[in-house]
Ligand binder design. Structure first.
Ligand SMILES: Nc1ncnc2c1ncn2[C@@H]1O[C@H](COP(=O)(O)OP(=O)(O)OP(=O)(O)O)[C@@H](O)[C@H]1O
Ligand SMILES: [Mg+2]
Length: 249
């Protein structure tokens, strides 16, 4: 699909999906990526010439102070935000070349996003939130419900399937958000401070799920200060400072 600029909004979901097979060189590749925001007459450089190469199945942990650009980096990789300059490849596709319709579909098929603030849809139940990314498939609703329930079971919340977000604790909401991120079995998981604000038990559960996603062959990219995540076996560690990304050696 890369390089094809005659993108048709009606192309079905299956044709958008990019599998994490051997034909994919990089799950994520950033080349000289900068992201500036202008507020009034003030320019903020949230990302400064970031270069990053992540292979399928790699575990990457980025830490750095508040305001250093970590969420911006994830948003750019997740095609939630645009870059000011440079190129972002996700599963070898230059997502910046495409319109929002493609980006939305591509995002749902390839990236599971765990947000810093959970971002559950407040009017949907836990089960419906998990089913949300499955909206582009034409599989029967019953099957989707079964899949979503299995994911809730994985995060030990199947008994809370019909609860709304406000009826769940912070840790439970984060686990629903993780189940949602796994919904389309995407090759890439993006997790923004996934254990911040969680109690010890919920945090360990979240770490376990991320490790399992890694074992299952997914690329896991997480912004975190959690030493137990940073020190995950085989993890590549990076530091973000004032928009500049460097790899720890
Ligand atoms: N939409 C936006 N508009 C303007 N400025 C923004 C926007 N998003 C982020 N910024 C700015 O970009 C910089 C990086 O923000 P970002 O949220 O990426 O930092 P962070 O490392 O995730 O911080 P934290 O650890 O507090 O979550 C900050 O100075 C922030 O104010
Ligand atoms: Mg952040």
């Amino acid at each position: 699909m890369a390089g094809d600029d005659s993108w048709d909004d009606d192309i079905p979901y299956d044709e958008v999906e990019v599998d994490d097979d051997e034909s994919v060189n990089f799950a994520v590749r950033l080349v000289d990526v900068s992201r500036n925001y202008t507020i009034g007459n003030r320019e903020i450089s949230a990302l400064r010439n970031v270069n990053l190469e992540i292979r399928p199945g790699e575990f990457v942990a980025v830490s750095g102070p508040s305001g250093s650009g970590k969420t911006t980096l994830l948003n750019v990789i997740g095609a939630i935000d645009y870059v000011t300059s440079g190129t972002v490849f996700v599963m070898d596709v230059t997502i910046g070349d495409y319109d929002e319709s493609f980006r939305a579909t591509f995002r749902l098929a390839n990236t599971g996003f765990i947000f810093q603030n959970y971002n559950l849809v407040s009017t949907l139940t836990a089960l419906e939130n998990v089913m949300f990314p499955m909206q582009l498939t034409d599989r029967p609703i019953k099957e989707l419900e079964e899949d979503a329930l299995a994911l809730l079971k994985l995060v030990k919340l199947d008994e809370r399937a019909d609860h709304l977000p406000w009826q769940l604790s912070a840790g439970e909401q984060q686990r629903v958000a993780i189940a949602r991120a796994l919904a389309n079995d995407p090759p890439i998981i993006l997790a923004d401070e996934p254990t911040a604000n969680l109690d010890a038990v919920s945090a360990e559960m979240v770490r376990d799920i991320l490790r399992k996603a890694h074992r299952d062959g997914k690329a896991v990219i997480t912004m975190t200060h959690d030493e137990k995540i940073v020190n995950t076996k085989g993890a590549k560690q990076f530091r973000m400072e004032n928009g500049v990304l460097t790899q720890d050696v």
